[in-house]
Design a protein around this ligand. Sequence first.
Ligand SMILES: *[C@@H]1O[C@H](CO)[C@@H](O)[C@H](O)[C@H]1NC(C)=O
Ligand SMILES: *[C@@H]1O[C@H](CO)[C@@H](O)[C@H](O)[C@H]1NC(C)=O
Length: 389
Amino acid sequence: MRGLAVFVTLVCLATAQHQALIDYLERRLITIEDRISQWHEQATRYASDLRELKQQMLSQLENLDKEKETLRMNLDNVGTRVDRVERELDYLETQNGAQPCVDVDDKLIEQQVTLVKEKQKAKYSKLSDCSDMISSVKAMKILKRVGGLKGMWSKDASRSSGKVYIFNGTNEDTIHEFASVQDFTRSLGLSLSKDLKLPSAWSGTGHVVYKNHVYYVNQAEEITVVKYDIKNNSVTDSAVFPVQDHVSVYGLTPETLMDLAVDEEGLWAIYATRQNERHISLAKMDSRSLDIEQMWDTNCPRENAEGAFVICGTLYVVYNTKQPGRSRVQCVFDVNDMVTNEDAPLIYFPKRYGAHSSLKYNPQEQLLYAWDDGYQILYKLIMKKKLEI
Ligand SMILES: *[C@@H]1O[C@H](CO)[C@@H](O)[C@H](O)[C@H]1NC(C)=O
Ligand SMILES: *[C@@H]1O[C@H](CO)[C@@H](O)[C@H](O)[C@H]1NC(C)=O
């Protein structure tokens, strides 16, 4: 019995020990399970975090892509804007060359000027200090094509209000005024312009805009120069040009009986008469009173001439050349006798149509405003001093 009891006790002991072991193991298992489930949770969390992160990265990448795209577009925009600014600068550069005619202070030049002055005293007493002549044409710019084959365009030759005036045709009475060159170039046709209606039609392309006035040639029984105030839309003055038997001044632009020009010294008339039929004549006019101050018969032929302009008292006549698409200054006449045909620079103008229908010099900007086959063109001039060899 005792042995059995011991055995039972042992068994009980063993059972108890076993139970304790099982308990222990269970506890361990539970802890391990707990840990595992924690890890699992953590792992899931990490995984979802990771997913989130990936998602974020992806959307940020997308954003970056989008930003890159906008940046590229912006860059493109900036590129076109830079292009535009460059073009505008280019244009402005052609606008800014305006240098006033400089006093000639070189002693030698002064002596020569005095000599010339003495020689010319009888002829042209108002020798100015303006002594520029053309050296070359630096650049050409086609601004627009508006209007018909023939016409004239310019700014006010005396000041830079910036306004642009379009005289379309050779026998019309309505000027189109643009507030600026920019308005002119971006206008669809003439849509941005204001109309100014003259009291009578102009004849040819000989008009100029000077000191807020339009000077235009009106051909009725006689050739009349009309001075029209742009500010208050009224005729200030008009004068019959005191010459008989006019003929068209340029062989190649028959509509222009008489051409007006403005230079550093004021208003000039370029004309021709039957008495001196083969050559062009020149007159200095007083822009205030329309009186003629002095007249010259030049040695410049009318034949094959398409236009002319005056710079510092020198007449430059442009002729058609044998080479197609080119005109050339081939005759100069200086009222002060300082520039002769031998000194005349080789100046070519490209052209599209048979002849430039007008060439207007702007002394403020040292630009030529040309009308060629309905194209409005600017030529930028480079100047030099007349007595430089
Ligand atoms: C310009 O004038 C011509 C006639 O010389 C005319 O046929 C044309 O319609 C005019 N253009 C404009 C835009 O006024
Ligand atoms: C127009 O203005 C000028 C001054 O700018 C003046 O001399 C002239 O009398 C004015 N004409 C009219 C009709 O108002």
